[in-house]
Design a protein around this ligand. Sequence first.
Ligand SMILES: [Zn+2]
Length: 257
Amino acid sequence: MNCDDAHLLMHGHLDGELDLVRDLEVERHIVECRHCAREYSTLRAMRLRLKEEEFRFEAPPELKARIRAAIPASRRPGADAYPARRETWAPRAIRYAIPVALAAMLALVILPRAFGPSADQRVADEVIASHVRSLMPGHLMDVASSDQHTVKPWFNGKLDFSPPVTDFAKQGFPLVGGRLDYIEGQPVAALVYQRGKHVINVFMWPTHDSATSPQRIDTEHGYHVEQLAVAGMNCWIVSDLSSQELDKFASLLHAQG
Ligand SMILES: [Zn+2]
């Protein structure tokens, strides 16, 4: 710290307005620099003097009376809780600032819920993210098998539900395996099917909804997502297959229930 810095920060130091580090820096400089030490002691002495009785001024009673008389009756103390403050800008600014701040908070918290992505779209985003992650090398399958009697028992003990597993090889959608995944913060079953070189992921977790027909979920990511309920399972299907082909697969899944 040089003398210029010390000079600037000295007042803040005296008023206790500096943070601990700055405070210590100013103190150290004053100890080391005779010039600043002198300036500091002058400042401190002046500060103490200003607090003394002889520098304080009490308004005489006549002045108080004249000021009171000059204020309209409606604005005198007692007429209103905060008569004088009405005239200053600061409380007025605060009175306006609070509703504005509340409105801004409401806008930030409520509007995204009302107009943001729907619950379905949020799940669709998660499902697509998991699908993309599964396509990275070594992530697609925990159990690689086209045999539904191998894949289904593999989930035993790993999930507290048993997903229905059907191979659709005869219909052109062979089962290739399965893995554990997470959607909406819960462990889910992911079944992996193939159509040519395209991968189809089917995420399943229990639902109380009765069986529902497949519905296409709009997405902005170039993947196709369909949702249906079958056999007590919420099923989310995702792939880069065409919508028509995915429709076909979704109806196969729907028919097994
Ligand atoms: Zn100095």
